[in-house]
Design a protein around this ligand. Structure first.
Ligand SMILES: Nc1ncnc2c1ncn2[C@@H]1O[C@H](COP(=O)(O)OP(=O)(O)OP(=O)(O)O)[C@@H](O)[C@H]1O
Ligand SMILES: [Mg+2]
Length: 271
């Protein structure tokens, strides 16, 4: 594989350009609990530019969620730094929105009230809140369910609420931890297409974690393949192909096989 950005593959920090939005620099994380040490992240450096959709994929338990939490500022690294727009991410901030695998919705609140939550916290006045929430509820196709309580919804619908809730506050960066992991295959495909559609119309940066190689190739501008724990970057793959991508193409399947072969060697079963 050649170096640089013309081929679909290149290594380590990649080519985010001279002025990256996010700079991850020599990040390290070791957990210490009950006298036990778990080294999660060994050494990760990566530059990400504004508007990129970057996916992290790697063996189960390698440290993906840890990495996302470090970027979110929810936990503190043992070494290294994360900066967004030149500012260190040492605590959570409104510039970053997070979508968790388990949705983290408030079940007794309506769809509308869940989507309005971040705006409420930010002190956005009621009428403006309602209007903004409405447009994002429409964007994810849930207008008929705006007044339903979220416990009444299917997994796919809950996931769409969680995405609308993260996007409505217009964070510079959206952090998504296996957001489609609990969905059936068909809903998952629809959500992937919707996500790339939604993002095509904004300049938001997305950092996305998945276990699915197919999903990563379908949605990403770049895929960062991680090693097993303590994790480090194995490879960064640039995917310049136009969207929507053709899952049946030979180049799609050749890349899928190459990543799967590696992950299977490292003990990951999902495709
Ligand atoms: N708060 C914590 N205290 C101690 N160890 C932790 C903590 N959180 C995670 N770990 C450990 O750190 C390692 C990495 O965990 P992490 O959740 O980041 O992995 P992951 O790649 O997201 O896993 P999965 O594929 O299951 O989502 C694991 O061995 C995990 O048990
Ligand atoms: Mg995880």
């Amino acid at each position: 594989m050649t170096e640089g950005c013309t081929e679909y593959s290149y290594n380590k920090t990649g080519c985010a350009g001279a002025d990256p939005q996010i700079k991850i620099d020599r990040l390290e994380k070791t957990y210490r609990r009950d006298g036990k040490k778990t080294e999660a992240i060994e050494d990760i450096s990566l530059d990400i530019r504004q508007g990129e959709l970057v996916t992290f994929i790697g063996p189960s338990g390698c440290g993906k969620t840890t990495l996302l939490k470090l970027i979110a500022g929810l936990i503190t690294p043992n070494g290294g730094t994360v900066e967004i727009n030149g500012r260190p991410c040492t605590q959570p901030g409104a510039d970053r929105g997070m979508v968790f695998q388990d949705f983290a919705l408030l079940p007794w609140r309506s769809v509308r009230k869940n989507v309005e939550l971040g705006l409420e916290i930010a002190g956005v006045p009621r009428a403006e809140r309602r209007e903004k929430a409405e447009s994002y509820i429409r964007l994810v196709g849930l207008e008929r369910f705006a007044d339903s309580k979220t416990y009444e919804l299917s997994g796919g619908m809950k996931q769409r609420v969680a995405i609308a809730r993260a996007l409505v506050v217009r964070p510079d960066v959206v952090l998504m931890d296996e957001p489609f992991g609990a969905l059936d295959a068909q809903t998952r495909n629809i959500m992937q297409a919707q996500l790339t559609d939604i993002l095509g119309s904004t300049d938001q940066t997305i950092i996305f974690i998945t276990h699915s190689v197919d999903e990563a190739i379908y949605i990403s501008d770049r895929i960062v393949v991680l090693t097993k724990r303590p994790t480090a970057i194995r490879e960064v793959i640039n995917i310049p192909w136009a969207r929507p991508r053709d899952r049946s193409s030979s180049e799609f399947n050749a890349l899928k096989k190459r990543i799967l072969d590696y992950l299977e060697r490292e003990n990951v079963m999902d495709s």
